[in-house]
Design a protein around this ligand. Structure first.
Ligand code: HEM
Length: 565
């Protein structure tokens, strides 16, 4: 009998004494070799078989687990929270498997957009929200002022009833936070910065960042806002000269974006602002790539698709560029810019009132720099652009604003005192923000079951307050709700609306825009410096089409004729 021992054939004889095989003949050696290779082949194929089976069972197990997870995320959980709201009388369209109401929403939007496109070209109506928010208008008509719908894994309760809106805005409970998808699948843009975070981490960031943007601190930034605006004024002057006849056709929204980027780079990065501009221009590209991505399924962020690879590359580059500026800053002297304030905040980001915050210093710095840019760049740029459009459409208001600016500034650069006394400019900005608020919604998530009036909103539910729907409501603003009438703000917001809390371009309550004083000062500087040098009229190229992207933006840009005065 042969056995295989350590690769050598051995023979068992008598009382199990072993003899090595090398004493056997060639013939028997051949036999042994044949046996050995057959045996090895058989064993290898058995091992392969076993490997295949284990691999297949692992894949199958993975698929089953993934399916169970997706079933839980897309079916079980949504069903449970929807049924809790249904029991309280909240209704909404029935969701389909996986996509919820996404396909239906797309269809409603598409149909309404095609209907609007057939209307008279060149007609400008400020009542744009029934087109841009067609699905919300439909659901509100069908199910009442509080309704729910499903965006795949995200379940949303949409609230347009003012008593409830007021309660949400005033709520200080940390059980009401920002939607978790903001820091998950919008992670490369926002991370865990002030805009996207909730609970103690947000409370710490707010404590550090908001005071630096209070009115007193903003006064010190009026000069840098003037510097950026004056270089645009020079640029426009030379463009008007080159184009001849004293007029230039200018894509105002593009130039306002560069201007707002310049302002926020100077405010955030002080003397390293040119480095800041470079960082923010990469951030702009990241924003563009990410706006092509669906929201609500964070797992998609890990797939090595072309888009994701680009997102990872840009994110890595931006993060390391910010940290490079920080490193240079630490080696040089202190500056009084927003970055310095973020650096100070990072020193104490270990805990908030004894609760550990679980965020590294580097992440705290990087995420909050990105958040300040995200929050304060496009919003201000779009508002300035809509203001110029409205002033081009209503020349009597353009004249009133210019007269006020010339009376107050007397040809000088505006300072904070002058900005404070610009009443007409303020009214025009307020009315612009009412008709065209850059942010479409105030978003929240119930981080725990939470009560508003007699409704218990279940944990995990997204909460949405659609800003334009409130700000265009004739029941609140009167029959001229869709008209441009800055005069309504002559006695402030309280005098303009039956329920002043319906005016919320900057949100409201403890999470209201931390940069609203900064934004108002910036807009006044831009409007006053530009209107004292130029006049505006509509270009025949302009097509009015406000659409909802990350912000509410002019789909075809804002092209105006700009003339020196
Ligand atoms: C016209 C310009 C602007 C508009 C319309 C605007 C609007 C908003 C809105 C609607 C929110 C969310 C409020 C909420 O969830 O209740 C917000 C948050 C915020 N904004 Fe602005 N914003 C503007 C400019 C700025 C600027 C220039 C900065 C910074 C320099 C800034 C910094 C912030 C920050 C830090 C937050 C987060 C506040 C928090 O969650 O605690 N914003 N803004």
């Amino acid at each position: 009998m042969y056995l295989i021992s350590g690769g050598l054939p051995v023979k068992l004889i008598g009382n199990n004494t072993l003899l090595t095989s090398n004493i056997y003949s060639d013939k028997s050696r051949k036999k042994v070799n044949n046996f050995r290779s057959n045996y090895k082949g058989k064993k290898a194929s058995e091992t392969m078989e076993q490997l295949k089976i284990s691999f297949l069972s692992a894949v199958l197990g993975g698929i089953v687990l993934l399916f169970l997870h997706l079933y839980n995320v897309f079916v079980t959980k949504p069903k449970a929270i929807r049924s809790r709201l249904e029991k309280q009388g909240i209704r909404g369209p029935s969701p389909s498997f996986l996509l919820g109401n996404i396909s239906e929403i797309k269809r409603i939007q598409h149909e309404e957009a095609s209907r609007a496109a057939q209307q008279e070209v060149g007609m400008i109506s400020h009542n744009w929200s029934p087109t841009a928010f067609a699905y919300l208008e439909k659901y509100k008509n069908d199910y009442g002022p509080i309704f729910m719908y499903s965006a795949g894994s995200i379940q949303v309760i949409c609230i347009t009833q003012m008593d409830l809106v007021k309660e949400i805005n005033q709520c200080t409970s940390l059980s009401l936070g920002k939607p978790s998808y903001l820091s998950k699948d919008r992670g490369p843009l926002l991370g865990q910065g002030i805009l996207a975070s909730s609970g103690p981490l947000w409370a710490h960031q707010r404590k550090v960042i908001a005071p630096e943007l209070y009115l007193e601190k903003v006064k010190g930034m009026v000069n840098l806002m003037g510097d950026s605006t004056l270089s645009l004024v020079k640029d426009w002057e030379s463009r008007i000269e080159t184009e001849g006849e004293g007029v230039a056709e200018i894509s105002v929204d593009t130039d306002m974006k560069s201007l707002a980027a310049d302002v926020i780079s100077r405010a955030c990065f002080g003397s390293s602002y040119s480095k800041g501009q470079e960082i923010f221009s990469k951030f702009g590209s990241l924003l563009e790539v990410m706006s092509k991505e669906p929201v609500g399924v964070p797992a998609l962020r890990y797939l090595p698709t072309k888009n994701n690879r680009e997102i990872w590359r840009l994110e890595k580059e931006i993060n390391s560029m910010i940290l490079q500026v920080v490193k240079e800053r630490c080696e040089s002297s202190c500056e009084k810019d927003l970055l310095q304030m973020i650096l100070e905040g990072a020193k104490s980001c270990g805990d908030y009132n004894g609760v550990p915050l679980n965020v590294s210093c580097d992440k705290f710095i990087v995420d909050n720099c990105k958040n300040i840019y995200f929050a304060g760049h496009e919003t201000s740029a779009i508002t300035a652009s809509w203001s110029f459009l409205l002033l081009a459409l209503y020349p009597e208001w353009q004249d009133r604003v210019r007269t006020e600016v010339l009376r107050i500034c007397k040809g000088n650069r505006p300072n904070s005192e002058m900005l404070r006394s610009m009443k007409t400019v303020t009214m025009v900005i307020q009315e612009t923000l009412r008709l065209y608020p850059p942010a479409g919604f105030v978003f929240r998530e119930a981080l725990d079951d939470i009560n508003f009036k007699d409704i218990v909103i279940p944990k995990g539910m997204g909460i949405q307050v659609p800003i334009p729907i409130l700000q265009h409501n004739p029941d609140l603003w009167g029959p001229d709700a869709h008209d441009f009438n800055p005069e309504r703000f002559a006695n402030g917001i309280i005098g303009a609306c039956k329920i002043p809390q319906a005016y919320m371009p900057f949100g409201a309550g403890p999470r209201a825009c931390a940069g609203q004083h900064f934004a108002m000062a910036e807009l006044k500087v831009i409007l006053s410096l530009i209107l004292s040098k130029f006049s505006f009229s509509l270009s025949p190229k302009y097509r009015h089409s406000p659409v909802v992207r990350v912000n509410i933006v002019p789909q075809h840009g804002i092209t105006l004729h700009v003339k020196r005065i």
